[in-house]
Design a protein around this ligand. Structure first.
Ligand SMILES: [Zn+2]
Length: 75
C-alpha cells in the first residue's frame, strides 16, 4: 500500500489542507499528550488536525509508552 497523502479533508471535503511538521497535541482515551516532531495535516476550513496511518501508529506508540511508564511507577 502506498503512503497515504491527505489532500482533501474527510470532515468537510475542503482542499485547504496544510502539511505541518511539529508538535501535535493528541487526545486518546481521555488522555492528553503531545507527540513531538510529527507530520500532520491541518484543515484550514474546519480546523481539523489529520494524521496519516504511519503517524497514527506513532501516536499510539507514544500513548503506550506514557501509560506503561506510569503503570511501572505505580506498581
Ligand atoms: Zn475540514
Amino acid at each position: 500500500m502506498n503512503k497515504l497523502l491527505i489532500t482533501i479533508c474527510p470532515i468537510c471535503d475542503s482542499k485547504k489542507i496544510k502539511k505541518i511538521i511539529g508538535n501535535l497535541n493528541c487526545k486518546r482515551d481521555k488522555h492528553y499528550f503531545t507527540v513531538p516532531n510529527i507530520t500532520y495535516y491541518f484543515c484550514q476550513s474546519c480546523g481539523e488536525k489529520l494524521t496519516d496511518v504511519e503517524n497514527e501508529i506513532k501516536i499510539d506508540n507514544q500513548r503506550c509508552c506514557d501509560s506503561t511508564h506510569k503503570q511501572k511507577k505505580a506498581a
